[in-house]
Design a protein around this ligand. Structure first.
Ligand SMILES: [Zn+2]
Length: 430
């Protein structure tokens, strides 16, 4: 007798007609044709059952602040940073918590149950860190929130940042961030990478830096980050976020860089929606895409997790909490259209990011947490194509969000009365 039994699901690895049994919040059986009964039974009707979506790069302290105190007119990263600087002194703990928890409601409805959020520590009041630590506590029953101490205005460029970053870590923020390309000079950027890796090594923490979020092909802090990772023995614990300068780098240089990153066991966290929006702004035509080299990173064995970065904030006026929007953009911008590549992109919004974040018990194997999402789609490629409704979102064996399937009624003579978009999946082999 299970607490919950999900029947007739398709799994991301292609297994069909599988049942998943859940007891005490954990997956205890994954088989075809389970005979046992259960307290609750969900018929998946052959649709895709996946582990939850994971967002490895977000700004929970800025989300839903779009329009405060004004809009970003140029649409650039630098105006976004300046605008955030105008908003920051007015931030209150209560308003930050309200916006972040409200965003988490949206995330849960989209099957997004784990988020790594950078938290700005440039303001020595640290209301952002205080608020996000409270949000982490509040949402913990339904969403895993990791926090990165992020010196938005520069670890050296902002006089208060170094002290505030250490205090944020003392308060319980668990990852060391940075922004080397925003320091005053290349040298300061490189020094900041070294200093921040040293802090992480001393405290036994992970590192996740905004790194080379620029079109400048000579912004090569990722090389320094790889070198300092090895030097401080941080292999497997360091991620470079954005890495957009890699788009514009010389190919020969990249052929040396990728093995260095692999040697350091670094992870890469591109943010395709915002990278497509913010990069290439100084170009006329042709316009660069400013998205890092995702297929090449994957081919080099570097874990790639795709993030949203922003939803409705000074940097990005779009965003929906849907990691399948991120996957959809990544697939197009990187031209990763083959079957294997679609599968790799799906992994980059699920298992890869869980691995990068070090999430415990993530997956659909026996023994994992019973955290799952049932989609109105037949397989991962269809999920990216359709960005379908999340029929059931399950956390520790309990349904915490439900959405009715998308079904349109037709009034056309001689045609079906109803259209279900998920029934258009190619079945030529059948
Ligand atoms: Zn960011």
């Amino acid at each position: 007798m299970f607490d919950l039994l999900i029947r007739n699901a398709t799994l991301p690895d292609g297994r069909t007609a599988h049942d998943i049994g859940v007891q005490n919040g954990r997956i205890v059986a994954v088989e075809a044709g389970i005979e046992d009964t259960a307290g609750e039974v969900i018929d998946a009707e052959g649709q895709l059952l996946t582990p939850p979506f994971v967002d490895p790069h977000f700004h929970m302290d800025a989300t839903l602040s779009l329009g405060l105190p004004r809009m970003n007119v140029s649409g650039t990263l630098l105006e976004g940073i300046a605008l955030w600087g105008e908003l920051r002194p007015t931030l209150t703990t209560d308003a930050l918590i309200d916006r972040a928890v409200r965003y988490c409601d949206l995330a849960v409805s989209k099957g997004l149950l784990a988020v790594r959020s950078h938290v700005d520590v440039s303001d020595p009041r640290l209301v952002t860190a205080e608020a996000m630590l409270e949000v982490r506590r509040v949402v913990a029953p339904y969403l895993d929130l990791q926090l990165v101490a992020f010196p938005q205005d520069g670890y050296y460029r902002c006089a208060e940042a170094a002290d505030a970053l250490e205090r944020a870590l003392d308060m319980g923020v668990e990852i060391v961030g940075g922004i080397p390309h925003f320091e005053r000079t290349m040298e300061d950027g490189a020094r900041s990478v070294e200093a921040l890796c040293r802090i992480a090594a001393d405290r036994g923490l992970r590192v996740d830096m905004h790194c080379d979020e620029t079109d400048d092909p000579l912004s090569r802090h990722v090389e320094t980050l790889a070198a300092q990772t090895v030097r401080f023995g941080l292999q497997g614990r360091v991620a470079g976020s954005h890495l957009t300068s890699m788009h514009s780098m010389d190919n020969y240089y990249v052929s040396k860089l990728l093995p260095l990153m692999a040697e350091a066991e670094m992870a890469a966290i591109p943010n395709p929606l915002i990278n497509m929006m913010l990069q290439g702004r100084h170009d006329t035509y042709p316009k660069r895409r400013g998205l890092t080299r995702i297929p090449e990173l994957m081919a080099a064995g570097i874990p790639v997790g795709l993030g949203q970065d922003c939803v409705l904030d000074p940097w990005y006026s779009m965003g929906s909490g849907d990691l399948l929007d991120v996957a959809h953009m990544a697939l197009h911008a990187t031209q990763m259209g083959s079957g294997d590549q679609k599968r790799a992109i799906f992994d980059a919004v699920t298992v890869n990011s869980a691995r990068i974040m070090g999430l415990e018990g993530y997956g659909l194997e026996v023994g994992c947490h019973a955290d799952m999402v049932l989609l109105q789609a037949r397989d991962p490629a269809e999920a990216i194509r359709l960005r379908p409704n999340r029929l059931k979102v399950i956390r520790r064996g309990k349904v915490i969000a439900e959405t009715a399937p998308e079904l349109s009624c037709l009034s056309l003579d001689g045609r079906p009365a109803q259209v279900d978009p998920s029934e258009y999946a190619p079945r030529h082999s059948a």
